[in-house]
Design a protein around this ligand. Structure first.
Ligand code: ADP
Length: 631
């Protein structure tokens, strides 16, 4: 038997099996072909990227087993045959065993894939964006091919294997013989994709997709003598910054991340001296689908003296920077470094803090431009984790935070703490915030009334992590962060000097009566200094859990000690006046409960007994009605 490109293949037909793709692969294939159609040439980038990874992996294994490497230079060959509509990408890298072939090209091992696929809508643009976040790979070959053949021999093994599929649901596996280790992926191009067997078309694509990788990539056209080396075969990060164009940086990012949208920004640096390494770090423009999966692979691609060591080396950056993609190439780490060794390496601590600083500086620069809003929308919540986890960089991180506030009048988180301070009143030594379930609840909160009246800005915090964020932050530029939903509230040039006790004194009898009516539903009843238009609100005691946090912990099934809210009433409000004038005990009790129920509802809390509330309300409405007819 003769293969597509004339290579002799012996012993075909041994152990031929037909296997089905995992369901997720089948779905992915269908969606990919449909949604990436307008981007179809990226399949070549993916195949070159896989070939280069395979060469990297072989070089790595050869560190321990030099005999694996042999004489041949590691390289990638591309063949085109226009007449037969064939395109192949061949590498002499690590290759795959039968089991690896079935696992790698028959299944998708990433957790969350099924959920990810459920988000697909059938809308081409939307889905293309999503697939970009997932990372396209080998299967993209089926965008342009109606049959794909993979011939491969694992380095160190004798037996070679062929995988073949039309991408419809099944693939076959059979033993073959190959003279050399490595992998050849052959695309039988669809009738209307013959352009990808055109030497000129392919040459410019190869140049675009491979100029930045460290292996030679050559092109051979069927029927011609000459084999042409197409790329410069120098790994991009080893070149000097001034020699690399913007487009090359972008292209390298896509090759590295399997993302096909441009990165937002990047930072390329060489550190020399006591510790020598090069880093190239990218900020993606969209979050990957598994950003919130703490187990998802993350981290940088690690090289030591240009030799690939591992993917996803997570030790170089903290978890809260898990969205950063890139390469680090160290001259000092030992070539046999493993994940375990990395953890114990003293060099690493210093590199990690330097790289962290690099990323934060890069974000600081980005924050000066228009792209920062995009970054914040995608990754802001992750960055907030840093304030809680990375004490050393608290100041830097605080400058990068963005919030919604009563000043901006929109839900967008676009105000920095510096913006806030710039607008603060001269005698305002605090930064005020409110925590709420969502923007609408925050904005409508009665707690804001007095501050709004005085023109004091309040940050509106609605992300899950915000209670921890404000705890971790504590203060900014010497100004304490103050929760306006807590009982002690100290406003500038205001009533801060008048103690709660003094304020309560005047209305002692009323407060006592309300407290008695509400008995164990509240901790205390106070006269409020924060209300203007609302009759009442609830606040948390200064040492109590914030109600947001309480709701979250309860929802996650945690047991938390009971704590009751403090009811604050607005003694200038007509409803409270009406309550105060009520002489009938039953009615006074009902009204007090309703006052509390409304205060709880306004802050987004659930009523413990909604039916009782409805009953009370109905009764009140009927009373009004009969009162009206009585007159
Ligand atoms: P990814 O490259 O993102 O992991 P792919 O679908 O492109 O996903 O490939 C799946 C796996 O198949 C790879 O991780 C690799 O283990 C294996 N593979 C693909 N191409 C090659 C190749 N040319 N040589 C060796 N292994 C390969």
């Amino acid at each position: 038997m003769v293969s597509a490109f004339g290579q002799e293949i012996f012993g075909v037909g041994d152990k031929r099996e037909t296997l089905g793709f995992q369901t997720e692969v089948r779905q992915l294939l269908k969606l990919m072909i449909h949604s990436l159609y307008s981007n179809k040439e990226i399949f070549l980038r993916e195949l070159i990227s896989n070939a280069s990874d395979a060469a990297d992996k072989l070089r790595f294994e050869a560190l321990a087993q030099p005999e694996l490497l042999g004489e041949d230079e590691l390289a990638i060959h591309i063949n085109v045959d226009k007449e037969k509509r064939l395109l192949s990408v061949t590498d002499n890298g690590i290759g795959m065993s039968r089991e690896e072939l079935i696992d790698n090209l028959g299944t998708i091992a990433r957790s969350g894939t099924a959920e990810f696929l459920e988000q697909m809508t059938g809308d081409q643009q939307h889905d293309a964006q999503l697939i970009g976040q997932f990372g396209v790979g080998f299967y993209s070959a089926f965008i342009v091919a109606d049959k794909v053949t993979v011939d491969t021999r694992r380095a160190g093994a004798d037996q070679a294997v062929r995988w073949e599929s039309d991408g419809q649901g099944e693939f076959t596996i059979e033993d073959i013989e190959l003279e050399e280790r490595g992998t050849r992926v052959t695309l039988h191009l669809k009738e209307d994709e013959a352009e990808f067997a055109e030497p000129y078309r392919i040459e410019s694509l190869i140049r675009k997709y491979s100029d930045h990788i460290g292996f030679k990539v050559s092109l051979h056209t069927a029927g011609e003598e000459e084999t042409k080396i197409v790329n410069s075969a120098t790994a991009l990060w080893t070149r000097s910054r001034t020699d690399v164009s913007e487009d090359e940086y972008k292209e390298f990012y896509k090759y590295l991340s399997h993302d096909f949208t441009d990165p937002l920004t990047w930072s390329h640096n060489r550190v020399e001296g006591k510790r020598e390494y090069t880093s190239l770090l990218y900020i993606p423009s969209a979050a990957p689908f598994d950003l919130w999966n703490r187990e998802a692979p993350r981290g940088l691609k690690l090289y030591v003296q240009r030799v690939f060591i591992m993917d996803d080396a997570e030790q170089f950056l903290p978890l809260y920077l898990r969205f950063v993609k890139g390469v680090v190439d160290s001259s000092d780490l030992p070539l046999n470094v493993s994940r375990e060794l990395l953890q114990q390496n003293p060099e690493l601590t210093a590199m990690r803090s330097a790289l962290t600083k690099r990323v934060l500086d890069m974000l600081g620069k980005l924050a000066k431009g228009d792209d920062y809003a995009r970054f914040w929308g995608e990754f802001g919540q992750v960055l907030k984790e840093g304030v809680v986890e990375d004490f050393a960089n608290k100041e830097k991180l605080a400058k990068l935070l963005r919030f919604a506030s009563t000043h901006s009048g929109s839900e967008a988180q676009d105000q920095s703490l510096d913006d806030y301070i710039g607008r603060a009143k001269d005698d305002q030594d605090k930064i005020y915030y409110i925590l709420a379930e969502n923007y609408a609840t925050a904005l409508a909160s009665p707690h804001l009334e007095q501050l709004r009246e005085r023109g004091i800005e309040v940050l509106l915090l609605t992300d899950r992590i915000d209670p921890w964020l404000v705890d971790g932050l504590g203060e900014y530029e010497g100004k304490a962060l103050v929760d306006i939903g807590r009982s002690a509230l100290d406003l500038p040039d205001g009533d801060g000097s008048v103690s709660q006790d003094a304020m309560n004194k005047e209305h002692k009898a009323l407060l006592k009566k309300v407290k008695r009516a509400l008995r164990d539903r509240v901790e205390a009843v106070n006269v409020s200094r924060r209300l203007v238009n609302s009759p009442a609100c609830v606040v948390a005691g200064d040492d109590d859990l914030n109600p947001q946090l309480r709701r979250m912990l309860e929802a996650s099934g945690q047991e938390i000690p009971e704590s009751k809210p403090i009811l604050e009433i607005n003694v200038d409000h007509p409803l409270v006046g009406r309550l105060s004038a009520e002489s009938e005990d039953d009615r006074f009790g009902e009204l007090s409960h309703i006052l509390l129920d409304h205060a709880l509802l306004a802050e987004g809390s659930q009523l413990e007994n909604p039916a009782e509330y409805v009953h009370r309300m109905n009764k009140l409405l009927l009373d009004i009605e009969s009162g009206a007819t009585d007159e």
